[in-house]
Design a protein around this ligand. Structure first.
Ligand code: SD4
Length: 335
């Protein structure tokens, strides 16, 4: 973090002064400035950040944290809100199906100890984020796929249900008329939820859940459930999550890249911008056809977000306020 930013957030104790020339000692949880009396940087906590316009999910997570709950519970419960929201056509029940008309869900979760659990290509189970948590906590594995994941979920008491809603079925039937398969993601309208939280203890967790690309090939999995792709958390440093065309996120291991950039001293905002730059530089002009958006938070509670195109937004809970914020973006040229 830049020295100037440290100084801006220093809470001054008895002297009522901030001495720019004095020594700053950084450690994981606080930063202390010593000059006779001690001045302590207060990290911002709790913090919740989530992709897209997801106020209810963020509010749900924030309430858990305000009551002293763990970041892991907050991110899981926040994701469950979107999984149950049938109007969201990219997550959980009501998600758009693959080309065969099957809704298949992907999710992953990561806790403050670096544990990780994921499920890929799961049918008939709505709350896949909770299944991912069970994989993390109740099995010696990190990933379960398709039927195996579904059977595991049922063995843990999850109920099977039809995830295809009338409106998603209708949309799929309309798509079938032309069956045009373009493995691109539109720029304006998708809403995979990636959610990162820091609790009052300063512990960071993250979660990500999606139905993936609409009308994808059967068996296709994107970045969302893949560690380092759609999500990465390192409790010493921070966390990052992605939305958009998963193939491009995976090729650059986007969320891991952002956390590693923060480890090297970049702010969350700088790290998100560099990670988007990596995709854009690799794709040349093709980046005009797809969207990727990133969110990030560091251990101090600073946040960042950046996307290729306009129309990416995120919800941020910080210092008691939950706001939807338009992300800055790379492609400022009007089409
Ligand atoms: C995927 N990243 O499966 C996901 C799609 C997405 O909002 O973000 N949709 O590639």
């Amino acid at each position: 973090m830049k020295r100037r930013k440290f100084i801006e957030r220093l809470s001054v104790t008895s002297l009522g002064l901030v001495a720019v020339s004095s020594t700053i000692i950084a450690c994981n949880k606080t930063v202390k400035e010593k000059r006779g009396s001690t001045t302590v940087l207060q990290p911002i906590r709790p913090v919740v950040i989530a992709t897209w316009n997801t106020p209810l999910a963020v509010e749900t997570a924030a309430k858990i944290l305000q009551n002293g709950g763990a970041a892991l519970d907050a991110v899981e419960q926040g994701c469950r809100i979107e999984e149950a929201n049938e109007k969201g056509q990219s997550v959980g029940k009501g998600g758009l199906p693959d080309r065969e008309g099957n809704v298949t869900l992907d999710a992953c979760i990561m806790d403050e100890k670096g544990n990780y659990g994921a499920v890929l290509g799961v049918k008939n189970i709505k709350h896949v984020i909770s299944v991912a948590r069970k994989v993390m906590e109740d099995t010696p594995h990190v990933m379960l796929v398709a039927e195996g994941a579904e059977q595991f979920a049922v063995s843990k008491g999850f109920e099977r249900e039809d995830l295809l809603t009338d409106s998603s079925k209708k949309a799929w039937e309309q798509w079938k008329v032309k069956s045009e398969y373009k493995p691109i993601i539109n720029i304006e309208n998708h809403d995979t939820i990636g959610l990162l939280a820091i609790d009052k203890n300063g512990d960071i967790s993250g979660a990500c859940t999606t139905s993936g690309l609409a009308y994808k090939m059967a068996g296709r999995v994107g970045d969302s459930p893949i560690i380092g792709g759609g999500l990465f958390v390192d409790n010493e440093i921070g966390g990052a999550s992605a939305t958009g065309l998963g193939e491009e996120v995976l090729k650059t291991v986007g969320s891991f890249l952002i956390v590693e950039l923060m480890r090297q001293g970049k702010s969350p905002q700088e790290a998100c911008e560099i990670a988007i730059g990596r995709i854009v530089n690799k794709q040349g002009k093709d980046f005009k056809n797809f969207q990727v958006g990133y969110i990030a938070v560091n251990k101090q509670g600073e946040t960042g977000a950046y996307s290729i195109h306009e129309w990416f937004s995120y919800n941020l809970y910080k210092e008691g306020e939950n706001k939807n914020i338009k992300s800055d973006y790379f492609n400022k040229q009007k089409a």
